[in-house]
Design a protein around this ligand. Structure first.
Ligand code: NAD
Length: 497
């Protein structure tokens, strides 16, 4: 069993203090120890970032982008190795791990356009001999705190863009599956990133609090559960930091009576059970408009949920691996119990699944509930497991009211052939990311990602154009070069044309 290291100032650093266990969820065995950084370790990462900043901010954007071009190549060359590490510690299938890496690489590609995205704006002759422009300048030292469920993609939402914008970045990845995140950061060093521009420090609340309290850290990006997002947002904004904190979700799919049901069922299976439901964009509620749609949906889902191919994530060709920890599996099982006792109809029960050769793994089969109602905890709360709840309503308006009343507003989608219904849904639904016949509407890297309501605390979404704004501050410069012979009289009225 090895002790994972931090990456600080371009060096792998061993810390012999507090540690946490990292499991292989397919076997249930502890495979690594991860250090939980002390305040001194966090401070050393901050010091190295501060020291690297003056040179990095003055490095031409095109040179910064060249590092990202090499980084992209290294990520592609190492896809198999990275996917294996993700799968070993997270439990998701190799194909799913490769998919998240590809979506992460999209963000590196966007960062490669640094000279274009940092061009700024220029206006000549805004007054006599006066030109004006606005510049996008870096903030300095910024930090990111990321969740376990996308150990490659979510960090890549953050630091490639922050770094090409001229900032130095400290990443605190999830302590549950840190190895792929660390390897990816090492590949960025190999691509030629100067030391200190990116550091990776592992840890728990102690490390996060040290980042929140450090005056040198100017901005924090967070992705994780809503209670922690809210905590980080309130504590860090109190200290004057810029914060974007993306939280949890409960994503609904609306099935209209005219939907192409077979295709909707295929889409729902992947969106509800892919990655064991451990995605912030996973569909966890199917809202059926009319009993006929609900009955037909249940009839088609039941055999497919029962037939899910489940096993160790590192085995090719599976639909689902295990949950990330035994605690996560027990929490999801607890919700299933709770759903039954609150009166929902458990149509498929995924509990008690045992995989031959992996009896100690954290496995659960897919579960399906029918006749779920809005006051039930399984409806209100994020389960974050392979559980799909079917809610029956009588109209599109009732479906939309249900979604708009929910505390979360991350993603949603509608399955329909009716353009008018789809348009109404897109216009009126109070959710940040909406799909029309697209179950997981995760925006591509040149748009931005973010939910509404209690799924996001802050004003700017992650990555894309919002990411550029988040990691830069604008400076408006007005410049006059008077003609040599002219005399300028004092002007006491407010300057205007
Ligand atoms: P989590 O909130 O437990 O942990 C996220 C990060 O916060 C980790 O780095 C963790 O070490 C740190 N952390 C945990 N407890 C803390 C505390 N008390 N104080 C300070 N920091 C703390 O989330 P998770 O279980 O790793 O990830 C799953 C959650 O993330 C789900 O709720 C999911 O919906 C959400 N998520 C949201 C998005 C999104 O874009 N909205 C994307 C991915 C995941």
């Amino acid at each position: 069993m090895s002790l994972i290291q931090h990456l600080i100032n371009g060096q792998l650093v061993t810390e012999n203090g507090r540690t946490a266990d990292v499991y292989n969820p397919s076997t249930g065995q502890v495979i690594h120890q991860v250090p939980l950084a002390s305040r001194e370790t966090i401070q050393s990462a901050i010091d190295s970032a501060k020291a690297a900043f003056p040179t990095w901010r003055n490095t031409p954007p095109a040179k910064r982008a060249q590092v990202m071009f090499r980084f992209k190549q290294l990520l592609e060359q190492n896809e198999a190795r990275i996917s294996q590490l993700i799968s070993e510690e997270h439990g998701k299938t190799l194909e799913d791990a490769a998919g998240e890496l590809k979506r992460g690489i999209e963000n590196v590609e966007y960062a490669c356009s640094a000279p274009e995205i940092l061009k700024g704006e220029y206006s000549r002759n805004v007054g006599p001999n006066i030109d004006a422009w606005s510049d996008f300048q870096p903030l300095g030292v910024v930090a990111g705190i990321t969740p376990f469920n996308f150990p490659a993609m979510v960090p890549l939402w953050m630091y490639p863009l922050a770094i090409v914008c001229g900032n130095c970045f400290i990443l605190k990845p999830s302590e549950r599956d840190p190895s792929s995140t660390l390897l990816i950061a090492q590949l960025l060093q190999e691509a030629g990133l100067p030391k200190g521009v990116l550091s990776v420090v592992h840890g728990d609340k102690g490390a996060v609090d040290a980042l929140i309290e450090a005056p040198e850290v100017k901005a924090l990006s967070f992705v994780g559960s809503t209670p922690i997002a809210e905590y980080i947002y309130s504590e860090a904004t109190k200290r004057g930091k810029r914060v974007q904190a993306l939280g949890g979700a409960k994503n609904h799919a609306v099935l209209m009576p005219d939907a192409d049901l077979d295709n909707a069922v295929s889409a729902l299976m992947g969106a509800a059970y892919g990655s064991c439901g451990e995605r912030c964009m996973a569909i966890s509620v199917a809202v059926c408009v009319g009993d006929q749609v609900a009955d037909a949906l249940i009839a088609k889902l039941v055999p497919q949920v029962k037939a899910l191919k489940i096993g160790a994530g590192t085995t090719c060709g599976l639909d689902m691996g295990p949950l990330v920890t035994g605690q996560a599996r027990d929490k999801v099982s607890g919700y299933i119990e709770e759903g039954v006792s609150s009166g929902a109809e458990l149509v498929v029960d995924g509990r008690g699944l045992s995989i031959a050769g992996h009896e100690d793994g954290f496995f659960l089969g897919g579960s399906l509930f029918d006749r779920v109602t809005p006051e039930m905890r399984i409806y209100k709360e994020e389960i974050f497991g392979p559980v799909l709840c079917v809610v029956r309503v009588s109209s599109l308006e009732a479906a939309m009211q249900l979604i708009n009343d929910h505390e979360y507003g991350n993603g949603t989608c509608i399955f329909t052939r009716d353009g008018e219904a789809a348009r109404l849904f897109c216009d009126e639904i109070e959710v940040g990311m909406v799909g029309v016949n697209v179950p997981l509407p995760v925006p591509v890297a040149y748009h931005s990602f973010g939910g509404w309501k209690r799924s996001l605390f802050g004003d700017l979404h992650a990555y894309g154009p919002d990411g550029v704004r988040f990691y830069t501050r604008r400076k408006a410069i007005t410049q006059r070069w008077p003609q040599r012979a002219s005399h300028e009289a004092s002007q006491f009225a407010f300057p205007s044309l």
